[in-house]
Design a protein around this ligand. Sequence first.
Ligand code: SAM
Length: 263
Amino acid sequence: MTTEFRQPAKKALGQHFLHERHIIDKMLLAIDPRPGDRFVEIGPGQGALTFPLLDRHGALTAIEYDRDLLEPLTAAAKAHGELTLVHSDVMDVDFTALADGAPFRLVGNLPYNLSSPILFHALDHAAVIRDMHFMLQKEVVDRMAAGPGSKVYGRLSVMLQAYCKVTSLFKVPPGAFRPPPKVDSAVVRLVPRPPGEVGIVDPRHFADVVRAAFGQRRKTLRNALSSVCDAEQITAAGIDPQSRAEQLAVSEFVRLANETVER
Ligand code: SAM
């Protein structure tokens, strides 16, 4: 079946096709498909993850931007299960509409050039996503999962961890892909927190606070946040205005944003 995928990988679409069987098995083990689950895959490519998932689960929806992959994917999928292929840029897909009231599990070996936009897009639709398992550049996964005090703790860490439990699962070497990327990869799990647990009063203000705090991460919060709130408000939130963004726990960012929101 794979002989039908004749075209060379397209660099502009971040095409690095996974071929290491034991990495695919490890991903499936981490995903642990259960009866009744609904799966949506981003970027099925040549079906490295799609076909084993179909073998295990019977059906899934996949979103692929590369028109040239649609026909061979559809043909090859027939031997594995029921593949619903959506030809679209994933950034144009309204996950909430796609869910149509039935939350799904999102998986994908993502195009690395679009990692952050896809992650933020998924966050916007977290209410219909049960969990996510993504292959990403390892450096990005490290940033996603980092905690206060870490050099790589930043906006991505706080924004994702405020809304999801983030777990870095395992590292994947470049040789697992054809063609091999220049960087190490890693698989990460994100589980959206229930809205009551998130506790953010105004998501837009929260995002502004986090962006401002890390926009000038070497500055004290008092200076970095001058456009969003004053030192008195920071103190009222129980936070030292002389501290820096990289020292603040995610829960402190939530408290700071909630205390300084205009009501
Ligand atoms: N899942 C396959 C695998 O593991 O071998 C392919 C992974 S490859 C890293 C990324 C895939 O995402 C490619 O198939 C690529 O065509 C697709 N892709 C790139 N940009 C996309 C976009 N904006 N929307 C949907 N799919 C995209």
